[in-house]
Design a protein around this ligand. Structure first.
Ligand code: GLU
Length: 493
């Protein structure tokens, strides 16, 4: 069976940060396009101009690129079906709204905001679902035309059917049947001449030849309206898939952008830009996102290409997924272990330089194998590796005192270790470890005491990568100087 190439799109509104939900929607759309040899489109849905946030469009594009979800068509790269920003396509929507009016599927509405508000209040008082009361639906077309000619402001509303039911097919949920009397004549073109989502997205998905609409489940409520609009035009329907919702980490209630501050307190975020700053990798973030809503094994570690290989739209699940940040840590750490040494070196280097450290690339390549297993996020490289790039370290004096000993005894041990190391022609771990271990044996001390002092002296910290390998990279002169400085500190205590 040959698979037809899918054209999919990610269609965010530029109203804020690219977040976890958006990234997952984009990912699935991307995967389907790649799997089938089709195209993935970025379309900016900016017709609600009051809500447009400057910089948001750029952040979305940067975020997708950082994640590796490169689109084939989009506002900044163009494409055959452009423009890809809805405010640049307004005439198209106006023409389509007019076509719907002409075919009797839509009508101009002259109701003012005040009147609509009053209608809404009254419906609420009567405990009814709020809906447009149909006043202008009943206007004779020539009467409406006269009022338009007189310059009266108007919107265009879609005329939903009143009888029967609408059956809309969602690929993940099957047929969804809605009684038409529950539908509402929604505005599709506003007084400012700009369309609402309901019209713009349907027109664009058709014009851009989108085959699969993969979107958030917040659109399930207006899904029957959308299929009615598509059918009114007589267009072929795309495959629709409404993704599962995210639950808060507690599993109770829907996760929303308002949960962001809580996540941030724990060193996590729901925003892609923050995740990047917090040291998460695109591979970790994507793997984590992918499994929230895709029915593959919970522990499957996959790169983007591997995901694209395995993806099918029918393996998506509509069941809600709780956001679990520990799993993000898990996937991030797992992918970090899979990077080549050169790749990981290039990824952690900016964290060191950002701290003002002078990074020697040769040293960096040597430390990567030592710290790789210890990293959960990329910025963990700082706590395990900064001392390699510093001239001096400043250990906490208390930490230099070995367990069960006092400062004076610790100074003597450091002195002896210094002499042993100074007597070696170099500081390779092969050369230095045996005589220091021999010293531990003959002194009757335990290894933790001796090596603990050395570790704090040479690295400045109690936890470090393997001691002898680290000392070798720090280098003979620097190590000896650091041990000397530690002896001084201990002797003054
Ligand atoms: N602009 C809509 C949003 O950001 C897009 C929904 C869709 O994918 O069709 O929610």
């Amino acid at each position: 069976m040959t698979i037809k190439p899918a054209r999919t799109r990610f269609a965010p509104s530029p109203t804020g940060h690219l977040h976890l939900g958006g990234a997952r929607t984009a990912l699935y759309a991307y995967l389907l396009a790649k799997k089938t040899g089709g195209q993935f489109i970025l379309r900016i849905e900016d017709t609600d101009i009051k809500r447009t946030v400057p910089g948001s469009e750029q952040e979305i594009m940067d975020g997708l690129r950082w994640l590796g979800l490169q689109y084939d068509e989009g506002p900044d790269i163009g494409g055959k079906f452009g423009p890809y920003r809805q405010t640049d396509r307004r005439e198209l929507y106006q023409a389509h709204a007019k076509a719907l009016v002409d075919s009797g599927h839509a009508y101009p509405c002259f109701c003012t905001a005040e009147r609509l508000d009053k209608v809404r209040q009254e419906q609420m008082k009567r405990k009814e679902n709020t809906h447009y009361d149909g006043t202008c639906r009943a206007l004779a077309p020539d009467e409406a035309a006269k009022r338009i000619a007189n310059g009266e402001p108007y919107t265009i509303r879609f005329k939903v059917p009143h009888d029967g039911a609408t059956v809309a097919h969602d690929r993940l949920r099957g047929d969804i049947t809605t009684e038409n009397k529950q539908l509402n004549d929604q505005v599709i073109l506003k007084t400012d001449g700009l369309p609402t989502y309901h019209l713009a997205a349907m027109v664009d998905d058709h014009e851009m030849q989108v085959t699969h609409v993969i979107r958030g489940s917040e659109w399930l409520g207006t899904f029957p309206l959308h299929v009615n609009i598509v059918r009114a035009f007589g267009w072929e329907e795309p495959v629709w898939a409404h993704l599962s919702i995210f639950l808060k980490p507690s599993g109770k209630g829907k996760m929303s952008k308002r949960d962001a501050p809580d996540a941030m307190k724990d060193g996590y975020s729901v925003f892609i830009k923050d995740m990047q700053d917090l040291g998460f990798t695109p591979e970790g973030v994507l793997n984590w996102c992918a499994l929230m809503g895709w029915g593959v094994a919970e522990d499957d570690v996959m790169t983007l290409d591997q995901m694209a290989d395995r993806f099918t739209i029918d393996s998506l699940t509509p069941s809600p997924a709780a956001v679990n940040f520990q799993r993000l840590d898990h996937f991030n750490a797992t992918h970090i272990r899979l990077f080549t040494t050169e790749d990981l070196a290039a990824r952690i280097k900016p964290y060191f330089t950002r701290e003002g450290l002078n990074v020697d690339d040769g040293v960096l390549l040597k430390i990567v194998p030592l710290i790789r297993e210890r990293l959960t996020t990329l910025d963990d490289c700082l706590s395990f590796g900064s001392f390699f790039f510093k001239e001096n370290v400043t250990p906490n004096p208390e930490d230099l005192i070995a367990k069960g000993l006092d400062a004076k005894q610790s100074a003597q041990i450091a002195q002896r270790a210094y002499e042993i190391l100074a007597a070696q022609p170099d500081i390779s771990h092969e050369r230095c470890e045996p005589p220091l271990r021999a010293y531990v044996e003959e002194s009757g001390l335990n290894a933790n005491q001796v090596f603990g002092i050395l570790r704090v002296a040479t690295t400045g910290q109690k936890v470090s990568p393997p001691l002898f390998e680290s000392m070798e990279i720090v280098g003979r002169e620097k190590c000896l100087a650091r041990i000397k400085a530690a002896i001084d500190i201990l002797e003054k205590m």
